[in-house]
Design a protein around this ligand. Sequence first.
Ligand code: CP
Ligand code: NVA
Length: 299
Amino acid sequence: MKRDYLRVFDFNKEEFLFLIKRAIELKSGKDYLKCPLIGKSIGMIFEKPSTRTRISFEVAIYQLGGHPVYLSPKDLQLSRGETIKDTAQVLSRYLNAVVIRTFSHNTIEEFAKWSDVPVINALTDLHHPCQAMADIMTILEKKGKIEGIKIAYIGDGNNVANSLIEASALAGLKINIATPHGFEPLEESVEKAKDLTEINLLNEPLEAVLDADVIYTDVWLSMGEERNAYKKEKFKNFQVNSDLIRHAKADAIVMHCLPAHRGEEITDEVLDGTQSVVLDQAENRLHTEKAILEFLLSL
Ligand code: CP
Ligand code: NVA
């Protein structure tokens, strides 16, 4: 039976933690020449721009011995009205898995429903589960543990926040989320997370960062929201800057999924500062994606 990774909660706690450990092994160079994807072709449909996700998936597939097939949406018959159902069923006859970045989460759910091969979410408006796995791996590397670690997420309750909440819940991290009123994360993710960990929804960045081990932020306007410039006004007190981070633990790390809008949600000083781990975080996308591909294609 094929499995998909559309949101973090598609894996259980044991699977999620196993994949992070496996990613750390792969990063160390273990099994570099094992090539579990030899003879396999993985489709990559990206309906939004991407630097990290697209390149890291393409390189991950190549390093595992597989063949990445980049499918520009404008070149597919989808752009001329072919249905998701027909596209998913046909691509299942050629490909061994499909990685998709799209707008509505319903689109990827519909694709996965009709696909006979695993579908991996490379970001939708609601979830960014591959990012969240790399985030928890980075925290484990930097802090040496994940149990009991406290994250403060400051900013928009968006796709990155929803997946970080689900990942924190599975991995056993505590999480404070500070958003302006009306920009809270997905209620369903929060409610399920509450059964597994301590999660606090707040409206004050300062309250959220007190005693935090990790400070995390993301853009105020996600892809597709560029016209909602009015939103920015609501976030002006939610910038991650040096005044804010000094209220967290002295050894707190600063994370951002990137790309950053420097001077908006985060200052240059903090993004480029000694507490920032954003480049290791970006690198870990490669290792976690290898672990996910290896796992889903071995089932
Ligand atoms: N963090 C992330 O997903 O980056 P890209 O949009 O560049 O893929
Ligand atoms: N929230 C951002 C994440 C980009 C990786 C977006 O959806 O544009």
